[in-house]
Write a protein that binds this ligand. Structure first.
Ligand SMILES: [Mn+2]
Length: 277
């Protein structure tokens, strides 16, 4: 008997898994609260998470096969090299298992750009990106750089390979306010593959306090879950949870992240198995 603990109660090789967990502990553009330890603390919280969901009556961690492939070995301070490593990792996962559902843990929100750029090549269909965030992340540059956590969505908005939907945004400048007029603010059913990206600061800071840039007047858990139920009526091909700036096990935010992960996985499982209520 091996008395050991892994991230998930049962883990499978990538080629046999339904879901693959990937950490991306990259954070080079936060000014104060760094999100690089997000994957570390979220993994720790996953070990204590109650998998069964009384709301849906299923345990997604019991019915889906999981694989934890580890963290992307990022290059500190270098987005160009880090994004290559993220894209290569995504390519490798899909080459080994074309049906894999990747779940990424950030890290700062810029990591989502690397993920999406490669998913676009893999799926060769327009991808609907459902983006939960207090901030639209539509800045076009910051301190002379086009690539930072507040600009990634501007690259998605101008790329014809994507359709952008933003939920929960409430803090932005006038320029982004104008740019955001071209962005959808409501989740509807779509034929496109859907990618969900969640900046934990979409929640009210009274719920998720350790995020890189907390903003008051955020969503409640019930509101977020209701949006996620709508999003998961579609063909979800991957998702990420980013900007967890927990720095200690005494945080609550990494725990909140695991509950969001459980909610999305449960909804995806129900959608795929036609057991939606
Ligand atoms: Mn944000």
């Amino acid at each position: 008997m091996l008395y050991t603990q892994r991230t998930f109660p049962m883990e499978y090789p990538l080629q046999e898994a339904d879901v693959a967990l990937v950490g991306i502990p990259y954070d080079s553009s936060q000014t104060q609260r760094q999100a690089k330890y997000g994957p570390f603390f979220i993994r720790q919280a996953l070990r204590d998470l109650e998998g069964f969901d009384p709301g849906t009556g299923i345990d997604p961690f019991g019915v889906l096969k999981f694989c934890d492939i580890g963290d992307v070995d990022i290059v500190e301070g270098n987005w160009e090299l880090t994004s290559e490593r993220i894209m290569d990792t995504v390519s490798h996962m899909f080459s080994v298992n074309s049906n894999i559902l990747p779940v990424f843990l950030g890290g700062e929100h810029l990591v989502t750009l690397g993920i999406l750029m490669r998913l676009k090549d893999i799926f060769r269909e327009k991808i609907t990106v459902i983006h939960f965030d207090a901030h639209p992340d539509l800045r076009t540059e910051w301190k002379g750089s086009k690539y930072f956590h507040g600009s990634w969505a501007s690259h998605i908005l101008k790329d014809k390979g994507f359709e952008l939907v933003q939920i929960g945004t409430r803090s932005f400048d006038k320029e982004q306010h104008e740019l955001q007029k071209a962005v959808r603010k409501e989740i509807t059913d779509t034929e496109n593959p859907v990618y969900i990206t969640i900046d934990l600061d979409v929640l009210d800071p009274s719920i998720a306090r350790d995020v890189a840039t907390p903003e008051p007047h955020g969503l409640t858990m019930a509101e977020l879950y209701s949006h996620l139920e709508k999003a998961c009526r579609n063909r979800v091909v991957g998702f990420d949870i980013v900007e967890c700036a927990a720095r200690s096990v005494d945080s609550n935010t990494h725990i909140i992240a695991t509950h969001i992960m459980k909610k999305i996985l449960g909804e995806i499982w129900m959608q795929r198995n036609g057991t939606r209520r």
